[in-house]
Design a protein around this ligand. Structure first.
Ligand code: TA6
Length: 285
């Protein structure tokens, strides 16, 4: 088993195989780098990320759980839940033919019980192969049902957010989270203008494709049990007000997120599996 390296004071697992490489911070089980076999970075990580083991890391693939966005009943609770600021355990790292599988786990503890009294265990399987796949298993280890929502809040690296675009959402409905109206709107054509402030919840979606990676490859996001696709960029001027991002960073990122925005109930003793696969549309090996 690999001993995590310490990068910026964070324990980080580094994986390399014929398909590329990954860096995974145990803090949040967060993938903070994914490179292809040509050593080209595919994910955005802000230069201003706070590596302080307290605040969420700005970039890569944060995991939002047990709620996505603000907590539905208590706005004082941390946005996007709390497992992105928990330290996860590395369970196994296995080579399966030319792919590498990493299993990470986290469970309710004193820290999480101070926020909400849920008894849970999460198992995250990451597989680096021709695609990058993440499977999250949420297990209710308690005696009562609880509700949760979730997301893989992926930050894609793009050459220019202004020029990047998303296909696959044409003719689907979305809620504009920047508007006070919750009236659904309909996407006509490709989703462009991703450099300006955008925050949209496409409510019933299948696969979508992001175009504009410096690798030259479009990336298809395939998902199971994540009905929503959320698209977010703060835009340059808002990004400049963040402590962990700036205008230059915002111009190089687009979040295209596999999300379950409406909470679902998980009965005691049961589990629920959700999957996201990121697939470069032309493979380089
Ligand atoms: O997924 C979009 C969103 O919910 C936006 O509203 C925006 O705030 C973003 O997530 C980032 O949230 P964070 O808590 O990581 O700053």
């Amino acid at each position: 088993m690999q001993i995590p390296k310490i990068i910026n004071e964070e324990p980080v697992i580094e994986i390399k195989n014929d398909w590329g490489s990954l860096k995974i911070a145990l803090f949040g089980a967060q993938i903070i780098s994914w490179k292809n076999s040509c050593n080209e970075e595919l994910l955005f990580l802000s230069d201003k990320t706070n590596f302080n083991n307290k605040t969420p890391l700005r970039g890569g693939i944060p995991l939002c759980w047990p709620w996505f966005g603000p907590n539905p009943t208590n706005k004082d609770l941390p946005k996007h839940g709390f497992v992105r600021t928990m330290v996860w355990n590395l369970v196994s790292l296995t080579e399966i033919e030319d792919e590498t599988q990493i299993i990470l786990e986290c469970s309710s503890n004193n820290q999480s019980q101070k926020i909400v009294t849920l008894d849970f265990k999460l198992i995250l399987e990451i597989v680096l192969g021709s695609s990058l796949s993440l499977t999250l298993k949420s297990i209710n280890t308690g005696t009562e049902a609880f509700s949760f929502s979730s997301a893989f809040h992926t930050y894609f690296l793009v050459t220019s957010a202004q020029d990047a675009f998303i296909s696959g959402l044409e003719n689907t409905e979305y809620i504009d989270l920047l508007s006070s109206s919750l009236e659904p709107l309909r996407q006509t054509g490709l989703l462009t203008d991703l450099g300006a402030h955008i925050d949209r919840d496409y409510t019933t979606t299948q696969n979508s494709v992001i175009h504009g990676s410096p690798s030259g490859l479009p990336f298809k996001m395939e998902k199971e049990n994540f009905p929503n696709t959320v698209v977010w960029n703060p835009g340059e001027s808002l990004a400049d007000t963040f402590t962990d991002l700036n205008a230059q960073g915002a111009s190089k990122m687009v979040c295209m997120e596999a999300a379950l925005c409406n909470q679902i109930s998980l009965p005691a003793g049961e589990s629920y599996e959700q999957k996201m696969r990121l697939n470069p549309l032309l493979l380089k090996k």
